[in-house]
Design a binder for this molecule. Structure first.
Ligand SMILES: Nc1ncnc2c1ncn2[C@@H]1O[C@H](COP(=O)(O)OP(=O)(O)OP(=O)(O)O)[C@@H](O)[C@H]1O
Ligand SMILES: [Mg+2]
Length: 429
């Protein structure tokens, strides 16, 4: 029975309502769905919901027209034959036209117009529309729907459908951009992780090398001190003894005046012998191995005081010898030696406060002078070749042994060197 124009008008309004509802649903999906497969599946379902379209299918292709994703609704799983054809290089009428010629195609009678399409028999008495999914010259694929025949030539219907296709292409572009961003971010993170690992490995290698160097240096000093003491030191003492003995024997037979030059040798030999002793002690005070760090600090301060009598040392020891691990003793002595050398060389101080204490889980060494101070932050910025080795060496020794090092200085007020170690993190070097 032929429909009245009122019935046709009503049918059109109902259809447009259904399509507009689908468009609204699709706009929601586009904003929230970031998974390509889920997006196109839900779009197909929205398009056939409320019977806006009878069926809908989307095929996504890569730049070489290979299928990368597909979805359908209302076809009852019958999209596979189309996919197989495309994969074999045969494009159906709608695909061929929409992908290669015009970006939109309306077909009034698919059963006769689309003989090469495996699903054309499902369109009996209906029309179809296909649109290219394209955004900024990038072709993403094709969208096809089947509609009541009466609407298949309606320009308003065509425009609505084209808008839907444009929205889908835009959503696919957004997903592409998001995926690209995630890929770039991952690549960056990977590169950064690799770099961090490399830096960590190199730092560990360098730390190991530094620590080996420091212990080799300490060993070498010990050896030179031993050689000087046992070799030249013993030799000088023997020569002094022999000269003194010879002088005693000659004293009775030879007039005093003839022995003057020989007698002058004795104080010289004495001086050389003391010089060797001082060098030996500076290289590696045997007192450190024999009596420990507390005795060594006492000895060092007395020696320092004897040479630099204008500098008063206030010594405060708040620890017992057995609370200082053996591996720290040499390090503490070397830091003290360098810090005191700096006081003597650079500070013009007349007072030094020296503190070694154990407090809770920490051992702390502080050397503070009241001298002229310097720009400690500026010194740290200098390159290795511009600055001396003293501060760098103190810092390196402390940190390699698991401690923390700081040097604070204020012009015209003085300088404080502070090294401290937590018991749990002390390392042997
Ligand atoms: N106690 C201090 N008072 C004033 N200036 C200091 C003091 N300690 C260090 N400085 C300043 O910091 C600089 C760097 O000291 P550092 O011990 O690293 O090198 P150096 O003493 O010059 O040479 P090196 O220790 O290699 O013989 C010194 O040249 C000096 O200017
Ligand atoms: Mg120095």
């Amino acid at each position: 029975m032929k429909k009245t124009s009122a019935e046709s008008g009503m049918e059109k309004i109902q259809h447009l309502n259904a399509v507009l509802n689908a468009v609204r649903d699709i706009n929601h999906l586009i904003v929230k769905e970031k998974n390509r497969k889920k997006l196109i599946q839900q779009i197909c379902e929205s398009l056939i919901k409320n019977r806006g379209y009878h069926n809908a299918w989307i095929i996504l292709l890569d730049g070489n027209y290979n299928v990368i994703e597909s979805a359908e609704a209302g076809l009852g799983g019958n999209l596979d034959p189309i996919l197989e054809r495309i994969e074999a290089g045969f494009f159906t009428h709608c695909c061929r036209n929409v992908l290669k010629n015009s970006d939109f195609l309306a077909i009034r009678n698919p059963t006769s117009g689309c003989r090469d399409c495996p699903v054309s028999h499902m369109h009996d008495g209906r029309g179809a529309m296909s649109a290219r999914l394209e955004h900024e010259s990038r072709v993403y694929g094709i969208l096809t729907v089947s509609i009541p025949d009466v609407f298949s030539s309606d320009p308003q219907e065509h425009n609505l459908f084209r808008d839907v296709a444009d929205d889908i292409a835009f959503a696919l572009r957004t997903i592409d951009i998001e995926e690209e961003r995630v890929r770039t971010e991952m690549a960056l993170r990977e590169a950064r992780d690799k770099l961090e690992l490399r830096v960590k490995e190199r730092t560990e290698e360098l730390e190991m090398l530094s620590s080996k160097l420091l212990s080799a240096q300490e060993e070498e000093r010990k050896r030179i001190a031993g050689d000087l003491h046992d070799g030249i030191g013993q030799c000088l003492s023997a020569v002094k003894f022999m000269v003194e003995t010879a002088l005693d024997q000659l004293n009775q037979k030879v007039p005093e005046s003839d022995l003057t030059s020989l007698k002058a040798l004795v104080p010289l030999l004495q001086e050389a012998s003391e010089e060797v002793r001082t060098i030996v002690m500076n290289l590696r005070p045997s007192i450190l191995d024999d009596l420990g760090i507390l005795a060594t600090i006492g000895w060092f301060c007395r020696q320092f005081q004897a040479v630099y009598s204008y500098i008063r040392i206030e010594e405060e020891i708040q620890t017992a010898e057995n609370q200082i691990p053996d591996s720290l003793k040499t390090i503490i002595f070397r830091i003290l030696q360098e810090a005191m050398n700096n006081v003597a060389k650079h500070s013009r101080a007349n007072r030094v406060y020296l503190l070694l204490r154990r407090r809770k889980q920490r051992i702390e060494l502080v050397i503070r002078d009241n001298g002229r101070g310097f720009d400690s932050a500026g010194i740290m910025l200098l390159t290795a070749s511009e600055k001396g080795f003293g501060i760098t060496g103190m810092k390196e020794r402390t940190e390699l042994s698991g401690g923390e090092f700081a040097i604070e200085s204020e012009i015209n007020t003085g300088t404080t060197v502070r090294a401290s170690w937590d018991y749990s993190s002390i390392r042997c070097i």
